[in-house]
Design a protein around this ligand. Sequence first.
Ligand code: NAD
Length: 457
Amino acid sequence: MDRTTLAALLADHRAFFTANRTKDLSFRREQLKQLRHMIVRNEAALFEALKQDLGKPAFESYGGETGFVVREIDGALKNLDRWAKPRRVTTPLAYFPGKSRIYQEPYGVAMIIGPWNFPVQLMLTPLVGAMAAGNCALLKPSITALHTSHLLAQLIKDHFDPAYISCVEGGAETTQLLLAERFDYLFFTGGPAVGRIVMTAAARHLTPVTLELGGKNPCIVDKDIDLDVTARRIVWGKFFNCGQSCVAPDYLLVRRDIKKPLLGRIAAAVQQFYGTDPSQSPDYGRIIDHGHFDRIMRLLGSGTVILGGTGDRPTRYIAPTILDNITTGDAIMQEEIFGPLLPVLPYDEIDQAIAVVNKMPKPLALYLFSRGRKLQQRILRDTSAGGGCINDVVIQESSDSLPFGGVGESGIGAYHGKLSFDAFSHQRSIIRRGFLFDVRLRYPPYKDHLKWVRKFW
Ligand code: NAD
């Protein structure tokens, strides 16, 4: 897309927004239903595109992509009236009689930039928030998930007025071109490096941002656990989408005395889920492209392979892999893995595990397995993360009553459920008064007003 075409598209978006159609709640509801219809009617085609891009099994395409977005839409449809209603709050005595309300005002034209790993969910879930809150939106999916990007662009074109919702395809150059323009809100999901580029571009126009970023998510496994359940949950969360999830456990910190039995159960769970040859399993995905395949295979140089460790470049298959004897100095501990390799670091005392976590940037998720209440409290107190679970992994991401977002290096802002509506709304504060009672104390000449103001204000 060249600059002139882009400027024309943005002018159309602005004109659409200024015409106030999106301010009407029945318009928003109708359009959310249209989005729902678009997804449900084209679910098979979306599954096929996701299969081609990521080898995604239908179960994961439903749970992590289409079904996920439909649930968000249904929540928005059910609650829109309540979310959008001006909220009454108390008014200070000094302004009596008066009424204070917070109005939910759409920002205007929002841009949503997405990554390739959940290319449907991470484009359309923020879109639900943008639409529910009454914005126009321009979507920029990741071209790395090529088939899904093409399909989404076509579906958006077929189902929406392009002045209301548009989809612009392209790589980094296209995104940079878009970022040079002024939007009223930027919602970005991706890595911290590009997050910085987005925030720098936003600063030029003072555009507010949500940054949903990634990082290395620790999974601490202490004693007093159910070994089988722990192993199953870790294996599911790590190898869902072939390890390419922003909330996947990145590395394991395991109390040394349970390391051996735990790794045995993890190996057993891998075999139970994906068979003796996971390359033949219909339930195991593929790496997105050869660039990422090569990057992940290079990380296999760290530690000792105790499970998996093989890959097939033409089919972009990498086996579910466990790496033992890892130290914090190894290459695999210097970057987000974003693939099916699980490095394991043992500890003797919990302080050592906490020290490892706190030496790294704040993660998007932190997981702890232990029944110990004191330990649970200690980990919550002594570490910081976007979110996480105690005795489970990943599932915090799919609860629409929990804010989903990072902290520090893993992001700014949060969304899902009502918080998606809030993310795309400006909270406009209004005090409404009549003309009765015009207390003169605030007006000059102030003379002895101060002593009275101190009493009432
Ligand atoms: P990325 O940051 O490379 O790309 C994200 C988007 O930015 C893409 O649309 C891409 O086209 C664009 N982009 C890439 N380079 C750019 C540049 N130089 N200038 C402008 N735009 C550019 O991320 P990715 O590889 O697509 O996704 C993986 C990352 O996303 C991981 O770090 C992962 O943890 C993170 N992630 C976070 C979440 C979350 O919800 N917090 C969800 C999924 C993925």
